[in-house]
Design a protein around this ligand. Structure first.
Ligand SMILES: Nc1ncnc2c1ncn2[C@@H]1O[C@H](COP(=O)(O)OP(=O)(O)O)[C@@H](O)[C@H]1O
Ligand SMILES: [Mg+2]
Length: 278
């Protein structure tokens, strides 16, 4: 098994390990340029970065969903629980405990919330009793879904659909979830509620999370560790609280700094201050 530079000899292998992956779309567009990251078991790791940085591509590479999008992994490897998994199908990965919640809340709009949740158990051959228990567990963590169980998903709020998408992933009893932009288009109060539930699942069910987010502020408050992706490369990584208090991160991703508010779109200033790329 390969080990990474950050690993000490006695440290347990990371639960999920992405090693130097390179991804090309349509045979020509290089979007990931050697991305490496690790998720230890039982942790929440945030993958941060602006729109187009490569967060979704990284998640889809891990869950092997990239093949359906004319994307090719041209370099690197992915290991989950100490084994190489990049040749598996998404279904095989789900059976091994790794599920993805895609960006944009993929629920079936014409099905009820409960029917949506039941579709999440498709990879498992389980008894009716187990199915009922799995549903009750989802409803325990997402009481809003219980209230809305008979509503057609397409008519529920954005927050409820996001909860439904996470609940659906939970039905496969994953030990790790890749969660893509759960805050997107959702009211701040509901975002907090969703992240609170993620933290709860992490603590009580020991589910590990790799969380892609443009919302750096909220992600760093709930994550243990973070990576910042820019233009297909990891440009910074660290403990969540260290990143949250880092001046550059504050300036470019949190929109505040000791010098006042700055936008990272102010490119001239951005280049000058971006010491971590030098
Ligand atoms: N299916 C695709 N075909 C071609 N280019 C793509 C495809 N999906 C994403 N891209 C490009 O890859 C880059 C990274 O996209 P993405 O991984 O979606 O970033 P993020 O999730 O951080 O917003 C962007 O420049 C985007 O336009
Ligand atoms: Mg994305």
């Amino acid at each position: 098994m390969t080990s990474t530079a950050t690993q000490t000899p006695d440290a347990p292998p990371p639960y999920l390990s992405v090693n130097n992956i390179e991804v090309i779309y349509d045979h020509v567009i290089l979007v990931l340029k050697g991305v490496s990251l690790q998720v230890p078991q039982g942790k929440i790791v945030a993958l941060l970065g602006a729109n187009g940085a490569g967060k979704s591509t990284t998640l889809k590479t891990i869950s092997t969903l990239l093949r359906g999008e004319r994307g090719d992994v041209t370099k690197g490897e992915v290991q989950f629980k100490g084994e190489r998994v990049d040749q598996l199908t998404p279904n095989e990965l789900v059976k091994r405990g790794l599920s993805q919640v895609m960006e944009g809340r993929h629920c079936f709009g014409h099905l009820t919330i409960e029917e949506n949740l039941l579709t999440g158990a498709y990879t498992r051959s389980i008894s009716r009793g187990e199915l009922k228990d799995a549903l009750e567990k989802v409803y325990h963590y997402f009481p809003r879904l219980k209230t809305r169980r008979s509503s057609q998903a397409g008519y529920t709020s954005g927050g409820e659909q996001q909860m439904c998408a996470i609940g659906r992933a939970l039905m496969a009893r994953p030990s790790m979830i890749l969660l893509d932009e759960p805050s997107m288009g959702i009211a701040p109060q509901i975002v907090e509620e969703i992240f609170g539930i993620v933290k709860d699942l992490n603590h009580k069910e020991n589910v590990s999370f790799l969380l892609a987010e443009q919302n750096t502020n909220v992600a760093l408050r709930y994550a243990d560790f973070g990576y910042i992706l820019e233009n297909g490369r990891v440009v910074m990584e660290g403990q969540a609280q260290d990143l949250a208090s880092n001046e550059d991160v504050k300036e470019f991703y949190l929109g505040v700094s000791s010098a006042g508010r700055k936008s990272f779109r102010d490119m001239k200033f951005y280049r000058r201050r971006k010491r971590w790329l030098a």
